[in-house]
Write a protein that binds this ligand. Structure first.
Ligand code: ADP
Ligand code: F6P
Length: 320
């Protein structure tokens, strides 16, 4: 393939820019023409495509978000929308498409390949780390570090006031952000959607920890695990402690990507371009045991959700 396009879709993630930059420059170095699609699948439908050179991706490696912009595009879920997108690609003579995003983006890419014969390769760009076929997604590490920054600040004030902190983090239906941030931030309790939790037991344990000399506690709640206001009022009632809730929200989606996400983005981008260069389609790129891999998109999407129970048990052990 000689002519490819790149888009970012779904929720943005730190490292998407580094990924676009790496894919663009590597493809150019391999003699390919590169196009950037604005606003994900919506941009394909609307024909918003621009030729990219090396300078188009200057000075973006350190920026969060995505300079190509992103969108959620309901119209693309229908065959009519997909056909319009494919028509745009044909009109520009584009032979292959790199789609950077999460599972929804991959489902869209698969439809484009299955229903319209477009060659596609996916790169996982989402803070949620909710794709079972890859150990990590681009953006996850930076998001967890942003949570850590918040946890550090919360610890300062919570310990000064002997309070309980309940911090809600993102992740949609996946508890990885909460789990990793919880362990790295020294939280006592991590509440995730993958594990049934018992608020009475958590409250009991907060009371017992007080007897052991702990004056403040940190609970990290994954947004998909439960209602923070309900959890807060139950813990308050059962412990008699002051519980302060914080929702980190979209702060954890932005910010300069860290080293891990920039390197991951570069390595995945190179594999994605290599696949298209060799006329391979319908694959998603990932990382397993620090090796870059690619897998059939249908198989990758069909994998059952993963959860690192060993890591969760470590979180429990260290919370004593
Ligand atoms: P993410 O890629 O981060 O999971 P979304 O779930 O919002 O984010 O998906 C991004 C976009 O991908 C959607 O707005 C839509 O255009 C497209 N998409 C999602 N699911 C499908 C699907 N089942 N079929 C076709 N396109 C889809
Ligand atoms: O998928 C990334 C994510 O940030 C989730 O963690 C969160 O549930 C969702 O997107 C928020 O979406 P929006 O930015 O549309 O509110």
């Amino acid at each position: 393939m000689k002519k490819i396009a790149i888009l970012t879709s779904g929720g943005d993630a730190p490292g998407m820019n580094a990924c676009i930059r790496a894919a663009t420059r590597y493809a150019l170095n391999n003699g390919m023409d590169v196009y950037g699609v604005e606003r994900g699948y919506q941009g394909l439908i609307d024909g918003r495509i621009n030729r990219m050179g090396s300078r188009s991706v200057s000075d973006i490696i350190h920026r969060g978000g995505t300079f190509l912009k992103t969108a959620r595009c309901p119209e693309f879920k229908n065959i009519e929308g997909q056909r319009m997108a494919a028509d745009t690609l044909h009109a520009f003579g584009i032979e292959g498409l790199i789609c950077i995003g999460g599972d929804g983006t991959f489902r869209g890419a698969k439809d484009l390949a299955d229903n319209c014969g477009i060659s596609v390769v996916g790169i996982p760009g989402t803070i949620d780390n909710d794709l079972a076929y890859t150990d990590f997604t681009v953006g996850f590490d930076t998001a967890v570090n942003t949570c850590l920054w918040a946890i550090n600040s919360l610890r300062d004030t919570m310990s000064s006031h002997d309070r309980v902190s309940l911090l809600e983090v993102m992740g949609r239906h996946c508890g990885d952000i909460a789990l990793y941030a919880g362990i790295a931030g020294g939280a006592e309790y991590v509440i995730v959607p993958e594990v049934k939790y018992d608020l009475k037991a958590i409250a009991r344990s907060i009371n017992q920890s007080q007897k052991r000399g702990k004056t403040s506690n940190m609970i990290i709640l994954a947004e998909g695990a439960g209602d923070k206001d309900e959890i807060c009022s139950v813990i308050k009632e059962l412990t008699g402690r002051t519980v302060k809730t914080t929702t980190l929200g979209h702060i954890q989606r932005g910010g300069s990507p860290d080293m891990f996400d920039r390197i991951l983005a570069a390595r995945m981008a190179v594999r994605a371009v290599d696949l298209l260069k060799n006329d391979v389609s319908g694959r998603v790129v990932g990382i397993r045991n620090n090796q870059i891999i690619d897998e059939d998109i249908t198989e990758a999407l069909a994998r059952p959700r993963k959860f690192d129970k060993e890591l969760y048990d470590i979180a429990l052990t260290l919370s004593l």
